[in-house]
Design a protein around this ligand. Sequence first.
Ligand SMILES: C=C(O[C@H]1C=CC=C(C(=O)O)[C@@H]1O)C(=O)O
Ligand SMILES: [Mg+2]
Length: 463
Amino acid sequence: MNSESSSSTQQFAADQFEGYRFYTETIEVTHMSALAFFEAGGNDHAGKRMYWKNREKTFTLVGIGHAHVLSSDETAGRFENIKNDWKNLCRQIVNEERSVHPVLFGGFSFDPFNTKPSEWRRFPQAYFVVPTFQLILKGDQAFVSIHLITKKQDSFNEFDALRKERDKLLHAAQVSEVDKYDKPNVIERTELRKEEYLESIQHVTDIIKAKEVEKVVIARTVKLGFEKKLSPTSALYQVANEQPESFLFGLEAEEQFFFGATPERLVKVENEKALSTCLAGSTPRGKTIEKDTELGETLLLDPKNRAEHQYVVSMISDVFKATCSQTIVPKTPKLMKIRDIQHLYTPVEGLLNAGSTLFDLVELLHPTPALGGEPKLAALAMIRKYEAMNRGYYAAPIGWIDTQGDGEFAVAIRSALLDEEKAYLYAGGGIVADSTPESEYDETWVKFRPMLRALGGQLSDES
Ligand SMILES: C=C(O[C@H]1C=CC=C(C(=O)O)[C@@H]1O)C(=O)O
Ligand SMILES: [Mg+2]
């Protein structure tokens, strides 16, 4: 019913949207469960849904259906492609609303130059969607928008059909209780390529000691198998319950669903103000307050973790100095304590220079040394060579931008790819000169814990 149009950015010239019209209509509705709206969208739009909740829980976005897809399988140039396509598409808006603005939601792969085979069969190198139906919860207000992007001259009937569908969706979301989903039954838990992971850390540490690079982040995969297919709504439900203090995100690409609960903001832009987060350096939570405080204090003073963290602060500060004025970077990190883990944390802020955009910052920042390394290109080459996996969208930017250029991207860690009755969980850590394979391996278990707990894959002796 909704007109889906899709553009591979390689095939079109800059004026590819000439002749298109981008219609929007927004209504304010009674507050509802975002998850119930997401679930209701599964009846007719399974495989075409998205979900986002910010860390502060002040902004929730649910997208249902594809009014338009911007995707790119290019290697270099994918950021620029999506940025330009969005700018051009925004020019076709017929009637901008004042209450909320249309949103483009999606993400990029971690490294398009990584050619290892992977489980990410449905995800192109960049995948962004303008949803047909957009729910935004802001404070105690709820707005539902319809988006129609079409070349047809007469789209009155089509738009009217979308209004009927919106009302059906709203009704379904408002009257249905969100099921209290049970934890799935895990029948398999496998650490994929564990030996190769441990060897890669040894290798990379040796290379760092030889001063060829300074820091490289190395990750690994744990695979879960479920008794039966797990629905994206139930996966989001579990993770939302387990990780209240993180960004929540979910992106469907046909039968695959990438989701997670990440504490790490890549960058947010609101009215020209840019914010980023340096997050690197980790230790577990303590069972008692005393132990927890002791672990936190030790982390704050630990040279290995402070080194991991400082690379991130330097890199993000440099990007902000190049793109912003009035940059503020605190001199020393604080602790970010979340349910399973404590991190070193430094917020960075600035005022965007004229001519710099959110997409520019995403491109310049990705990957920060919290997920790539230092120097950036040499670290990426090491990851390609030594890491025994293809990250897909793990550790990459995921988020949204609106027609005004405001938006927010998180770093997609503490995440998993749900693939029907299987899930692939990802976690890594920053390798510096004094890293050891054993301690990095242990650190990944702490980082896997939220997703393992959410999906029911933890062993009985784990909390
Ligand atoms: C690579 C991950 O975490 C990064 C973010 C925070 C702390 C990190 C660390 O201490 O190693 C990592 O750089 C992950 O969660 O998979
Ligand atoms: Mg670490």
